[in-house]
Design a protein around this ligand. Sequence first.
Ligand SMILES: Cc1cc2nc3c(=O)[nH]c(=O)nc-3n(C[C@H](O)[C@H](O)[C@H](O)COP(=O)(O)OP(=O)(O)OC[C@H]3O[C@@H](n4cnc5c(N)ncnc54)[C@H](O)[C@@H]3O)c2cc1C
Length: 303
Amino acid sequence: MKDKKEFDVIIIGGSYSGLSAAMTLGRSLRNVLIIDAEKPCNRNTPHSQNFMTQDGEKPHVIAEKARAQVLKYDTVKLVKGFVTEAKTTNLGFSVNTESGTAYEAKKLIIATGIKDILPNIKGFKDTWSKSVIHCPYCHGYEFRHKKTAILSNGDKAYHMTQLVHNLTKALSVITQGDANFSEVQIKKLQAHEISIIEKDITEIVHDNGTVKQVIYNDGSTEHFDAIYVQLPFEQHTNIPQNLGCEMTETGYIQVDEMQQTTVSGIYACGDNATRFRSVANAVCSGNVAGSALNMALSHDDFN
Ligand SMILES: Cc1cc2nc3c(=O)[nH]c(=O)nc-3n(C[C@H](O)[C@H](O)[C@H](O)COP(=O)(O)OP(=O)(O)OC[C@H]3O[C@@H](n4cnc5c(N)ncnc54)[C@H](O)[C@@H]3O)c2cc1C
């Protein structure tokens, strides 16, 4: 171990949620260390929407502005690095980074986001986050009234279809295998003239990330402007589980309304602890985690 330093709080992950927590804590005169691997999930999307004052801004511009504002507080330090492990200590917690540096703090915030698992479809990676999108609130307005597909099946697809139908009537569901819709769902989809395509996409043909058409497994093709998909995900790190934090059935870190995990002194915020995925929500939950943690530190100091 090359180095060892002590802080009030270590925040693992320095994107929107981690920076938001850091601002609250830094302004509360807490010594904060942010360790960030600099790989936010939206880094390839050209524009970030639906976050007031920054609507339509490039994601990295929002992050850079946030970072500059947070680092104005001399109580906050940020280092680039990937945290590989964390342990409990007499002080609270210690963490190690990939480069072999160790740091210690009284409390821990995990703001590591989630990692989307992309399917192995030719053209998917190049179109993901540009015209293959995950969220109608983030990108639906930009693709309003466009010819749109929902790549999903069953209840998940039905739920998404209701949302997207509000934004465009030129809508199809591509089920990638069995549709798995109930009879009632099929009747409703038919009544709204939403086609159910029980085929697999083998390739997304695109122009610099803009979907042009899909090629199905039977060789036929169809034009679309946008495709919605809800991807499976995994956590970036097992640190919460290794420290004893409980996870939800759907794979998120379990937190209470103050972003406290099931382990005392550990908080989680942002995408890793909620299915409601947005910059606004990441900032909000970071703000809550920072405030709750500051209260916990104040309580400890006072007693
Ligand atoms: C393609 C795409 C487009 C989106 N578009 C929009 C949009 O238009 N509007 C909107 O409101 N929302 C949008 N979102 C959602 C939004 O980007 C997320 O909700 C938000 O980024 C979550 O912030 P976060 O801080 O929780 O995680 P992230 O922003 O994903 O950041 C997590 C950070 O933690 C770091 N990290 C992870 N593990 C470690 C570790 N072990 N050690 C150190 N650092 C670590 C990562 O490198 C990263 O920097 C989009 C998401 C995606 C995937």
